[in-house]
Design a binder for this molecule. Structure first.
Ligand code: RIB
Length: 315
């Protein structure tokens, strides 16, 4: 069983020609709300990726925003452990999605900030604990320690970017980051491409996966480096694509898939999520992911070599 401990936000999304620069006002177009939050998105992605029984620990306010979040998670068959806080509003995120499918997100954590060490449910039957950084880092650290003590695999998607305390790093089995998050943890510049290879070699975590958007992803798994180029899709909204990758990856690992296959399935799921609007609304089913993976029989050598070079490895 997979336990996700993390955030749930109601996403307030407006589409616009471009994301406003500091001080700029942009006249947007359509506005919609979607269930989101990195934790809840990843829980839905786990559950949709082939029936891994998934539970989630989350904190919600006692308000109207909480309802669609609960409904979306329950609709995906995620069993919920809810901490209900009457003093805080449910978490919200304010998102601008541009015509080139990029986004800018500001989160108001609200109730997500009340999750504490004592809220962790029983780890009986749990094989993987999946967490992010939209809830207090002290609680994330305590949950990782409790999981490690019980032999539960700890997976951390270190998003949004911040440096990690040593007490958390030492209890992580699988770390999933994008370039900026990797740079924040390894304390180097996100613009120095050779730092990806360097950081992969240096980080003292058994498995590190770096997602690289349309380039694909690379991973260092117990000393072996793996590359997975991105699947070709036409993106409309990249919100939640990284979360979909994380959830699908953990579901594949829970099903004991080998790392190369797990990375392929996660990449395909993340790519498909970019082709639909919203966060949880964009997460594909296992069957849809299988179709995309099956269509892409061989990885093109030129893509692989471009990815190796991008990451700072010899082509
Ligand atoms: O990763 C995407 C998510 O980030 C959104 O759903 C938003 O709620 C923020 O948490």
């Amino acid at each position: 069983m997979i336990l996700v401990a993390g955030s749930a936000n109601l996403d307030f999304v407006v589409r616009a020609s471009h994301i406003p620069a500091p001080g700029e006002t942009v006249l947007g177009r359509e506005f919609k709300t979607y269930p989101g939050g990195k934790g809840a998105n990843q829980a839905v992605a786990c559950a949709r990726a082939g029936g891994a029984p998934t539970q989630m620990l989350l904190a919600l306010g006692d308000d109207l925003y909480a309802r669609p979040l609960e409904e979306s998670l329950l609709g995906a068959n995620v069993k919920l452990h809810i901490v209900r806080d009457k003093t805080q509003a449910t978490g919200t995120a304010f998102i601008c999605v541009s015509d080139d499918a990029e986004n800018a997100i500001t989160v108001a954590p609200g109730a997500n900030a009340v999750l504490r060490e004592g809220h962790l449910p029983s780890l009986e039957g749990v094989t993987h604990l999946l967490m992010q950084l939209e809830t207090p880092i002290e609680s994330v650290t305590a949950y990782a320690q409790a999981a490690r003590a019980k032999g539960v695999a700890v997976v951390l998607n270190a998003a949004p970017a911040q440096s990690l305390p040593a007490g958390l790093l030492k209890n992580i089995d699988v770390l999933i980051v994008n370039e900026g998050e990797l740079a924040a943890i390894a304390h180097n510049s996100a613009h120095d491409k050779s730092s990806i290879a360097q950081s992969l070699a240096e980080l003292d975590v058994p498995c590190v996966v770096v997602t690289l958007g349309h380039h694909g992803c690379c991973a260092r798994i117990d000393g072996q480096v793996l590359f997975q180029p991105a699947f070709d899709v036409t993106p409309v909204d990249t919100t939640g694509a990284g979360d979909t990758f994380c959830g699908a990856l953990v579901a594949a690992l829970q099903h004991k898939q080998a790392w190369p296959q797990a990375l392929a399935a996660a990449s395909a799921a993340g790519a498909m999520a970019c082709t639909r609007p919203g966060a949880q609304s964009s997460i594909p089913s296992h069957a849809e992911v299988q179709v995309l993976v099956a269509k892409t029989t061989a990885v093109a050598e030129d893509k692989l070599s471009a990815l190796r070079t991008f990451c700072g490895f010899a082509a």
